[in-house]
Design a protein around this ligand. Structure first.
Ligand code: SF4
Ligand code: FE
Length: 482
């Protein structure tokens, strides 16, 4: 089976024995838990669309190791066309789900490892790359969902890993054995963690030689002994427990994040992809980050949904013909398509690495992600402006359904006579969800901090830009000779 259907994906998750906690309790049935299930639905969309003839070109690829048709999320980019399709796939899925669909992190991890394991072998004569390819084939053949785990809790931000008062603040090797290694630590903010079959761990920053125990990368089944998941809370998350069909805004999909704890977990050698090669830690971080900054093409798709919702509420309010509303919709589209330019540009300017993998243009990927730290906030401001204050003062669905209050709500919250009050409430709830509720985790805060905080991109921009060339051009034009 090289491509699972959405149903097969769901069933495959039921076989996992994950240790998941939320609200202080162990969750036995993860797949059907009402708070987690929408996030599983979002990942399932990455499986479903791969079987749709309409989306086949974006959603599937041909494996460079087996020649078989595979889901693009398990593919290693073989040319610039692959990189461009990856950006388009992200926008498509963002638009179809209206949230974080979680599967890009694993794809970006696999691609980064395909470059860095090769480079480590070239320098040290190790055999990580063939080992990685074997693992990749396992992922591709079984169409697995991979959680790429980079972000450590990090402890005191001013101290290196080995200087931390608690040495587990960064994930590390605590024992080296003949058959493998034992690791301890945690990874925070793990998107899609409990919807994953596998977790692939990477270091979170460049390491020095004193930090050798922390320069480690490896893969584990998500239900390996010693791994515990503690679900993160999201604003308005318990609305999903209320059982209605409206107040969640997005009634189909959502994202989730978890703290993943590795408590003395054993990793066999054939799943270790970096072991104390401190000088490659930074390269793995930068390569993964560049790919993942490109992946923020997803926010363009979510922006499509927000723009669609803003236009709809304008029509439902009867305000869509007002010139300032029309101009705000133009502004939203301008911002969103500007984001699209960035994720297409960094892909189009991609290049071949020594392993044969194509990597995005790192400068442009960072510029793209830096725009993503800003524009969704302005898009959200404009959507809230167009929506009106009712978005946050609207009574609940139960009040709409109540025989005592429903008629008042239908009477007083009707605006455009052609539109039932319920539809107006639904679209307002969707805008609320995207800009204040559970989806705002992905659309706003994650847009700032996911794939690295704004400062990380500014550092990369300053490193990658050719300032001397710009100075040369300026000086030449005004006759300065140094
Ligand atoms: Fe993918 Fe976007 Fe979610 Fe990151 S935030 S995992 S890029 S959908
Ligand atoms: Fe992310």
């Amino acid at each position: 089976m090289t491509m699972m259907t959405a149903k097969e994906y769901e069933e495959s998750l039921r076989k996992l024995r994950l240790q998941v906690y939320m609200f202080g309790e162990r969750i036995e049935n993860v797949v059907d838990h009402p708070i987690i299930r929408p996030s599983m639905n979002a990942v399932a969309k990455t499986y479903e669309l791969a079987h749709s003839p309409e989306h086949e070109d974006l959603m599937t690829a041909v494996s460079h190791i087996t020649g078989k048709k595979i889901n693009r999320f398990t593919h290693i980019h073989q040319n610039v066309g692959d990189l461009v399709k990856k950006s388009k796939m992200g926008r498509l899925l963002g638009r179809e789900t209206g949230c974080c669909f979680q599967r890009c992190v694993g794809m970006d991890t696999l691609n980064a490892l395909s470059i860095v394991t090769y480079n480590i072998d070239s320098k040290y004569g190790t055999a990580y790359y063939p080992r990685f390819l074997k693992y990749l084939e396992y992922i591709q053949e079984n169409d697995l969902m991979v959680d790429g785990a980079m972000t450590d809790p990090k402890g005191h931000r001013g101290l290196a890993p080995h200087q931390q008062p608690d040495p587990d603040a960064f994930l590390r090797v605590v024992e080296e054995r003949k058959d493998g290694i034992v690791v301890r630590g945690a990874k925070a903010h793990q998107t899609g963690a409990v919807n994953s079959h596998e977790v692939v761990v990477m270091p979170t920053l460049s390491m020095r030689k004193e930090d050798a125990d922390y320069a480690v990368s490896f893969a584990l089944p998500s239900d390996a002994e010693g791994i515990t998941y503690i679900m993160g809370r999201q604003s308005c998350d318990t609305r999903k427990l209320e059982g209605g069909t409206m107040d969640q805004g997005n009634i189909l999909f959502g994202g989730h994040e978890a703290l993943v704890v590795f408590d003395n977990v054993f990793v066999p050698w054939d799943r270790v992809f970096m072991f104390r090669e401190v000088d490659f830690s930074g390269q793995l971080v930068e390569t993964f980050a560049a790919y993942h900054r490109q992946s923020y093409a997803c926010k363009v798709g979510v922006g499509d949904v927000l723009i669609g919702a803003a236009q709809t509420i304008a029509e439902y309010n009867g305000a869509d013909k007002a010139s300032h509303i029309r101009d705000k919709i133009v502004e939203m589209n301008h911002l969103n398509e500007t984001l699209y330019c960035g994720c297409i540009a960094c892909a189009s300017e991609g290049h071949k690495e020594p392993s044969g993998t194509y990597c995005v243009n790192i400068l442009l990927a960072n510029v793209h992600k830096h725009n993503v730290t800003r524009f969704p906030f302005e898009l959200s401001r404009l959507a809230q402006d167009i929506a009106g204050g009712l978005m946050v003062t609207l009574p609940s669905e139960k009040d709409l359904r109540s025989p005592d209050t429903g008629r008042w709500i239908r009477k007083y919250f009707k605006a455009n006579p052609d539109v039932p009050a319920e539809n107006r409430m639904r679209i307002l709830r969707l805008i609320e969800n995207l800009t204040l509720g559970t989806a705002a985790v992905g659309y706003l805060t994650e847009s700032i901090h996911g794939a690295g905080s704004p400062q990380a991109q500014r550092i990369m921009i300053s490193r990658r830009v050719n300032l001397a060339e710009k100075q040369r051009a300026a000086k030449k034009l005004c006759g300065i000779e140094d």
